[in-house]
Structure formats: C-alpha cells, structure tokens
Design a protein around this ligand. Sequence first.
Ligand code: ANZ
Ligand code: ZN
Length: 875
Amino acid sequence: DVRYFPADIEPRWQERWTTDPELYAAEPATSSKPKYYVLEMLPYPSGQLHMGHVRNYSIGDALARYMWMQGYNVLHPMGWDAFGLPAENAALKNNTPPREWTLSNIAAMKRQMTRLGLSYDWSNEVTTCLPDYYRWNQWFFLRMAERGLAYRKKSKVNWCPQCATVLANEQVINGYCWRHEDQLVEQRDLEQWFLRITNYAQELLDDLSKLDGWPEKVRTMQRNWIGRSEGAEVEFEVADPDSAEAAEKPKGPAELILQALDPARRGTHILPASDAVKGTGKKITVFTTRIDTIFGATSLQLAPEHPLVKEFAAADERLSAEVANLLEQQRKARESGDVGEIEKHGVFTGYHAINPFNHERLPIWVGNYILSDYGTGAIMSVPAHDERDYDFAKKYGLEIRVVVLPRRVGEDGGEAHPELPYTAEDSLLINSGEFSGLGCEEAQQKMAARAAEHGFGKATVTFRLKDWGISRQRYWGTPIPMLYCEKDGIVPVPDDQLPVLLPDNVKITQQGGSPLGNVPEFVNAVCPKCGGAARRETDTMDTFVDSSWYFYRYTDAKNDRAPFDTATVAYWFPIDQYIGGVEHAILHLIYSRFWTKVMRDLGLIRNDEPVARLFTQGMVIRNGAKMSKSKGNVVSPDEMIARYGADATRMYSLFAAPPDRDLDWQEDGVAGVSRFLSKVYRFVSRHAPAARTVSQTASGTLPDGKSPLTQSLLRKLHQTIRKITQDFAGRWHFNTSIAAVMELVNTFTAADEEIAAGKVPAVYVAELLRSLVLLIAPFAPYMAFDLWEQLGQTDNLLRAPWPKFDEALAKEDEIEVPVQVNGKLRAVITAAAGAGEDVLRDAALAQEKVQAAISGKQVVKMIIVPGKLVNLVVK
Ligand code: ANZ
Ligand code: ZN
C-alpha cells in the first residue's frame, strides 16, 4: 500500500519546477493565445510570509493554473514593495543597513513562496528598492513636474512623531497614524512636493462606473473618498462695524406661509441695496450645498485656521486668547480619543458680514466644527436646516430661522412647524424674498445664477480629495530628483543623470529631518543650468508611489530604456484579475488609478483603468481575532508546511471558507485536508498501473455499452467538473469546489474493490483518474504533478486542457415517482434519480390533478420518500 509523504513528493517537484524556467513563464505579447493577467498584491518584505499571504496567493495561484489549463497565455508575476519605514526601524534596532535587511528578507520570503509551489514567473520580478525600478519613479516625477502635475508648496502637513515623517491624508485614520494606532497625528508647516491628483478627481469618480468587476463596497469607498459635492460659493462682505442694522426682521411662520404662497406678497421684507449696510471691502467666501437656505443664515462660521481669523485676532487680545483656547480644546479632545464628534465650541469675533441676498448683518463666529481644508474653510450657518448648525445655535442662542417647509404645509394646510432641523430638500422655500414659493432645487439653480450675475458667487463643485503629498523625511525611499540652486531656484535633475542613487552607509536617526541631509556627498551637487553649486532635495517619495505602477513594469521588467514597452502593455492590460486585501481599497487603488491616467496622458499606455476585476479576500483569524503578533495567535506557514505539506496548507486555506469571508484557522481542518489528500494519493496510485496501459487514449474513443457502475462513476465525475468549472467562472466558492472533489473521491473509493477487480474497463479508469488529477491541480499542484506522472502522462500538467463536462453524462437518471392524496394515486411525476424533498414537493404540487384533489382543503401533512413516493394528507 502506497503512503502519502508530502515531505518526499514536494521537494522533489520543487527542484524540477525551479530548474525549469519555461514552466511558469508567460509567452511574449506576440502570442496568438488569449491573454490572462492574474495578479496578487505584492508584499512588503518583512521577512516572513503570514497566513494572509498564503491565502491571497493560494487564490491567485489556483486561478492562474486554471486559466493556463483553459488555454490562456497567463501572466502571473510577483515582486516586492521594498521601500519603507520598517527597514529603517530594523536598522536602528539591529544595526543592519536597510538594503541588506530588505534583500535578505526578500530571499527568505521567496524561498517560502517557492516552497508553497506558487506559479510565479520570476523572470519579471520587480523589487522597488533597486535603482533599475526606482529610476522610473524619478522619471515619472520629472514628467509630472514638466506638466505642473508635481509641484512644491508650503503647507500644513500631517506629522507622525513616531514615524518622524509626514503622512498623506489617506494615512491618517481618525486623527491617528495608520502605522501607530495610538499616535495622534500633529500638524506642521513644511515645504512639500505634491502630485495633482485633484486634476483627475472628476475622471476618477466617473470611471468608477466602468469598474463593474470591482466589489461595490470598494467603489463606494472610493466615491466617498473623492467626495464630490455640488454647491455654490457665495461671497459675504465684512460689514463696517459702525454701520447700523438695516435689514427688516423676518415675520412669524403663519405670515410667512401666506407670503410664500402669494406671489404678489413675496420679497416684501427685502431692502433695496441702496439702503444696505456699508461694507469694508473684505470678503468671506463660503461653500454651501444649500444656497437655497441662504435667507435662513443667521451667522457665518470660520475655521479657527481661517486667515481672516488671524487678522481679526491680531487686533483683539481677547479674541486671540479665545481662538487659541479653541484650538487647545480641539487638541485635547483629540488626545482623549474624542475624534469623531467633538463637542462644538465657538467664539464671536465681534464682526458682522453682509448677506448679499438680503443685506442683513450676520455675526461672524469662529467654530471648531469648521474644517480648514474643506471647501473654503468658512460656512454660512443655517441652524433651522442643518444638524451641526442647529446644535451650535442652540448652544450659543443664535437665531433659528425656518426658510424651508414641507410641500404638504402649503397644499393641505398641515403642520406649519416641521421638526427642526428640517433637512429635506424636496420642499418649498418661505421667507426668501422673490425666491419664496420655489422648490429647493429650482431655488438652488436660480440663486446661484443670481449670485453669478451680480458677481458675488457662482455654482461650484468641491471635492474632498486632496492633492497627494509625497515628500517623506525618510532615508529608505526613492530620492526626489530635484536640485536647489541659489541662482536658478528649483532645477530638475536631467534625464541623463537618472537614477539619482540612494547612497549606502547613511546614518539613520529617530529625530525629525531627512537622514539624507547629513550626507554631504549626496547633498552637494552641480546645477545643470549654471554649473554652480546646488543642493539636492533630501526628501524621498512616499512608498505608495512605488506600488502605483509596479504592475506595468512586470510586463517588461528588464527594460532599461523606458519604464515598459507600450505595445507589450497594450497586450496585457488591463489586469484581468487583481486579488488583495480590502485595506487597500482607497490608498493604493486610487493612487494607481491616478497614475494610470497620467501615463495615458503621457502617451505611454492606452488603457484608462489598470484593473478590470478586483477581488478582496477576507482576513485570516483565529478564535475570532485577527491573526497578529500582538494577539499571540499567529500560525506560521512554515510550521504548517512542515507538518502537513504545502498542498494541504494551501488547500485548507481555500477550503475553510469562501475566499471573500474571514477564515478562522483551525489546525484540525488542515489535518483533515491532509487526510483527504492522502486518500486521493492512495486511490490514484493503486489504480495507476491499470490506467497507464491506456493512459494516452483520447476520450473520444471511449467504448459504448457502459455498465451501471461505470455510468454512475462518470456521472459523478461530470457533475463535479461542471460544479468546479462554474465556481471558477462565478463566485469562486472554492470551499464548495473542494467539497465537491471530496464527494467525488468518496464515490470513487466506494468502488475501490470493484475497480481493482477489473469491473470498470481500464480506459474508463484512466479517464476517471486523469480527470480527478486535473480537477485537483489548481488546489494541490505538487500532488497533481506527481500523480499525473504516475498515470504515465508525459505532457506538462500545467498546460493540459481542463476537462470538459458533458451535460448528457452529468445528467441524473430519471425516475417516476407516484403522488398520492390521502393514499389515492393522483399523478406520477418524472424527476432526477437524486432529486431531494424540495424538488419533489414542488413538482408534486405543480400537478393539475393534485391541485384539484387538494383544492379547498387543508394539507396537514406531506410525506416525501425521495426516489419512491409523495403522499399528501388533507382535511
Ligand atoms: C449652508 C447649509 C445649509 C449647509 C443647510 C448644509 C445644509 P458636503 O455635502 O459634505 O460637501 N461645510 C462647508 N464647508 C465646510 C467646512 N470647511 N467645514 C465644515 N462644514 C462645511 O457638505 C457641504 C456643507 O457642509 C455645506 O453646505 C456647509 O453647510 C458645510 F441647510 O451650507 B452648508
Ligand atoms: Zn544654477
């Protein structure tokens, strides 16, 4: 009796696979085969694969193998997201240079991947920390700078004291650092390089609708992140403090409704402009999505950081102190972890602004709930119709004036006072001068047009998306290819001087400031314009730059004249299937969409989007908690492989849960899969000699006249082929695919002795065994390769055609089942031999004669004996 020893089989095949460079290599872009680009997100080389990786790669690998067997030219590459902070931390801790640390981690992880038997085409490996890759980051940066897409500006930046570097907005999570869960992010003023992703905001939004192969939740997250708001900007002039209140006060609700409904009485409380309060010429621009509520504005609110607040405060010690206090409270609230909904605070500045629609004077406040970096950093506050403004007005006793009412109030004289704040927009304006009586939407258009006509505003679109700050004050990243010359200012490094090499032997410190600043050989350069002395930029690029375009490089990774060949990319793109964690739904996946659009506009590629289909896999958990070092519940892939083999480890990671759900790692489960594989191995090995005698027979020549046993084995086989083929094409529920193979193997092994006794003709045995091996090939490649050889096959299993299912063979035999009502035969239904209770019940109830027999009566019981009988008991 043969036994299954993965520790024997796997290293043997691994050796053969690694010495065959052709095995997993994609054919050139000139291939006549249809192409399939399957990609898993590239890992950060931390030194160790974790189970999340194993799961991610097992999904991708199963798909790659399946597509190969379907006859596609498959590109299945792998690489390393190799720049980043952990290498510097490790350098500090162990005194190993980041480069050395990173490269040795890569070697270790590559060994693990090889051990897992993953089908990567290493001939196009990409390592982002090597100059042959990052020089193209620099090259792209220069192209962007030429087009104004990369620019430098002084700005408030997010600063993580622990990372000692700037973070992009996307790397700040509720005010905390994305890497340091309990480190609050500080604000600093720094000169930074930015990429103008906002130029593409509208296109990034619009094109989401093309991405129907992406999970809806990811598209929604991106949509929200881009955050498009249609609205208007309106200018309010700061009033002359000496001029008197001139606007007429609004009337009571009853009067207002009458006014709204009677065109002749509209606008009576609006004063002509000539009688208006005097202005100072200073303007405050607000952004609003509800210009229709402007007659209900009862204050302006400025962000504490608004420039005018500084101006007001400069001349007013009390205000200055109170604003400082406001900022301090804000900081404290954040520190106590109160970041979501901080308590609203405000200070009256002592100034007023003039509402351009009715010339009313509105007090100008500073509100801590106004964001300085959204819209214009200033709002008109409409307490009656906005939640936050309502809370604020309640707290500080500001006027709450209703200017929008439900339509029904006018139509049937219903309740005049809606519950406040009343935020619905399918409503009717009141107390809004000549705009009273209009619906909200119409009013928005008319009022924006009015503002534009008079030059105090316009309809605008605002995005939440900000330009991408890419400067990092770190060593281990791509040097930004810019020079600073006293005479010529900012000068780009010429293309022929690329790459700007990252020097070795750099002292890494934990203090702020770029480590490269301490390397004179790096800093001191020659200005390419004037030949004088210049200083090099010492910041490096955000590592998200590296991952924004790496998958293009995979198509042509050795190109030293261009980032890639345009025609080769045109063949392979878009990526047919990208697989990774949902944690990349925003950052990486928005940046790489942006990068694609820039490359397209540079004429380098033709596709608008990089990824046609995206799959986000679930997490690997253990006892309900995410596997993590800090929780002490980590299972090491090496340990699993040593104990059960790579095949069992991989197959379990696909079997234990649907790939999009969380997987609770149970070692018992791995052991179970290992027992299953052992059963397959023994079964196929046992009957291989018989099969080998006919192993090369084409299935077209199978003899007719099958015995019932042969027929039932073939039926199960074809049902299984159908099931797995459909799973690959559909929802990827590999857990059920593998369960189906398990059932198939049970059916086969139940006939073990009969097969051994020659009751199934050898040509069928060969067909059954070959097909079984093909079916497990995407999930347990080592075993499949081994058994394939045992079956006498000399062809490459990876390119062997995936078995086709034959509907006729898969079809269940049909049987006749009698249907009785109260013991009396009423009908006979035809159903598949294996039909279950549900199918039989539905079929029985659909019979006219049965319907007639039970009509007007109550079915009290239904006895269903599958394959035999349906009996209804009625009263
Ligand atoms: C007046 C108003 C009346 C508003 C009303 C809403 C309802 P979204 O959809 O998120 O774009 N706003 C504008 N800039 C702001 C800032 N920097 N900080 C805090 N709030 C700000 O929201 C736009 C609305 O959010 C704007 O419309 C403004 O309040 C507020 F019944 O203006 B609204
Ligand atoms: Zn110069």
